[in-house]
Ligand binder design. Structure first.
Ligand SMILES: CC(=O)SCCNC(=O)CCNC(=O)[C@H](O)C(C)(C)COP(=O)(O)OP(=O)(O)OC[C@H]1O[C@@H](n2cnc3c(N)ncnc32)[C@H](O)[C@@H]1OP(=O)(O)O
Length: 378
């Protein structure tokens, strides 16, 4: 691709008093433009999304009524990744030279007790009285642990790492480290997942300024090597029912990751750091293998020996992920890209991955089965 990330901006994640989701988005866009050394007048295309905080195109009233195309995107947790896909395509197709992708949201406590029908899921989800999303993720990791020999301790260790990394991130919400015993001993939500293994619904915003990669770009220019987006296929876990399909097929994460690596001509083994969707601890574990970053079952050892820590051989969720940042659905996918840009620029401060990383991967998964991945390089 010939697209670079020229600017990044963030509104800190967590809970705010009196700042709307939309205002947080505006703050993030202004910060990204400042970072790129550009103004809203330089932008000729924008795409953005929020699940619950309004239509992003209305933010032009605050940013400037310049008349540019602004596409509203709503795609579950993959909303930010989808906005980025659209903005990048606008540049690739020659429609735009500079484009903005923005994601923001504002969820109150207890935000995700959803109606299964709204997500196209079978109506038996939620029948037990448990929350739809927490039940969905618990069932998925329960089966995965059985199939691939993952222990309860690995689930707790993922959360411990997330809060350790969050403690080093001034924009994160949960910044107090927790011990393995505290994570494992917190309230059981849906077996095998305890409260601190789940992210909390929250608030936050991230914006990216994309531009056509200039001739003779500096070696610090962060390039978007590829971006790929896929929905679920018939027979995947998300739509699996004994009445419909005899065998399970790969989910959208596998398909999106494969497409992303193929398009960039990069192998998973070349990745220096990755941010993967961690709505709960088990999701990080499953997504490590579904994206091709390791073999199924190898996560147990990689987590136990510290390989996924910031100073390990495969750093994962270096900014604390959803667990430490909370999950404002529209913003999460772009938060991952924000973190990777910081890391590739060498600007991640106390959580900088050592050894000047050159290739960074993101993966975001949205219920009930949409995934978006990116590869960034310097
Ligand atoms: C594909 C997708 O991702 S779809 C989107 C899916 N997202 C989800 O499903 C979200 C999953 N999480 C949840 O639904 C909820 O967090 C639950 C059900 C697990 C727990 O709900 P609640 O009991 O309301 O707890 P909640 O997470 O809001 O936290 C409540 C309190 O616990 C404490 N707490 C929670 N996590 C932590 C932590 N890591 N460290 C310290 N305190 C914590 C805090 O005091 C917090 O209050 P605060 O929000 O004012 O800081």
């Amino acid at each position: 691709m010939s697209v670079s990330i020229a600017g990044i901006g963030i509104h800190p994640f967590g809970r705010t008093d009196g700042v709307s989701g939309m205002q947080q988005g505006v703050i993030a866009v202004r910060a990204a433009l400042r970072d790129a050394g550009l103004t809203w007048d330089d932008v000729d295309f924008a795409a953005g999304g929020s699940e619950a905080a309004g239509n992003p195109d209305t933010m032009v009233s605050a940013l400037g009524l310049t008349g540019i195309p602004f596409i509203n995107v709503k795609n579950g947790c993959a909303t930010g990744g989808s906005a980025l896909t659209i903005a990048a395509a606008a540049i690739e197709s020659g429609q735009a030279e500079v484009a903005v992708a923005v994601g923001f949201d504002k969820h109150p406590r207890g935000a995700f007790n959803e109606d299964p029908a709204r997500w196209g899921l079978p109506e038996w989800y939620g029948r037990t009285g448990m929350m739809l999303t927490t039940q969905f993720f618990a069932m998925k990791i329960q089966r995965y642990m059985h199939d691939h020999g993952i222990s309860d301790a690995a689930l707790a260790k993922v959360a411990v790492k997330a809060f350790e990394n969050g403690a080093l991130n001034e924009n994160a919400w949960r910044r107090a480290p927790l011990s393995e015993a505290e994570v494992a001993g917190s309230r059981m939500i849906n077996h095998p997942l305890t409260q601190y293994m789940y992210c909390s619904p929250g608030e936050g915003a991230v914006a990216l300024v994309l531009r056509r990669t200039p001739e003779g770009a500096s070696s610090r220019e962060v390039k978007l090597a590829s971006v790929a987006f896929r929905t679920r296929r018939f027979g995947s876990f998300e739509v699996f029912s004994p009445h419909l399909a005899a065998e399970r097929v790969d989910g959208p994460t596998v398909d999106a990751a494969l497409a992303c690596f193929e398009a960039a001509g990069i192998e998973p083994g070349d990745v220096d750091l990755a941010q993967v969707q961690d709505t709960e601890s088990g999701a990080e574990i499953m997504h490590m293998a579904e994206t091709g970053l390791c073999a199924h079952g190898d996560q147990e050892k990689l987590i136990a020996d510290g390989s996924t820590r910031i100073d390990g051989s495969l750093p994962i969720n270096t900014d604390g992920g959803c667990l430490a940042n909370g999950e404002p659905v529209g913003a999460s996918g772009l938060r991952q890209v924000y973190e990777n840009v910081l890391q590739l620029r060498g600007d991640a401060g106390p959580r900088q991955v050592p050894g000047s990383p050159k290739v960074a991967f993101t993966h975001v998964y949205g219920a009930p089965g949409v995934s978006a991945c990116t590869l960034l390089t310097v």
